[in-house]
Design a protein around this ligand. Sequence first.
Ligand code: THU
Length: 162
Amino acid sequence: MKKIKLSSTIYEYDSIEEIDKADKELLLQAKKACLSAYAPYSKYYVGAATLLENGKIFTGNNQENIATPSGMCAERVAVFSASSHYPETPIKAIAITSKAKDFIVDTPVTPCGACRQVLAEYETKFNSNIKLILMGETGKILIINSIKDILPLMFHADKLKK
Ligand code: THU
């Protein structure tokens, strides 16, 4: 038996003023996007903004549905929109943030498993990392340089080959 330890690097910042100008801009766009989320059931509003290599930014927010599985997370709304407009342009970064009706979200929002898998797909497609910039409504900011850091042992296209 061998014990395998996994490790990943996450950068934590105390304030939005400490992060890169471009990351701050993306985060502000995500914050704006979360204000128009459609989340009447959870009352938890998520915004995402994704930056493409060509400089274009696509935003998205969560879209809920009375038939729960028919809804969609903010991250996937943003990246699917980006990919549908620019299918051949790598995604460089995504900022994700949230706000709730009944409490202050004071810790960074981290993407769900399905969104991590979707982001991994685009990293693989373009062989290019996607930087994640994560924040709640207030509080610290987390920056992660690749989805691989938060999706260890992911199912990868290589697994389909002998
Ligand atoms: N949600 C997102 O949009 N992104 C995440 O990463 C986590 C959760 C949404 C789904 C649902 O509309 C609401 O947040 C509560 O789970």
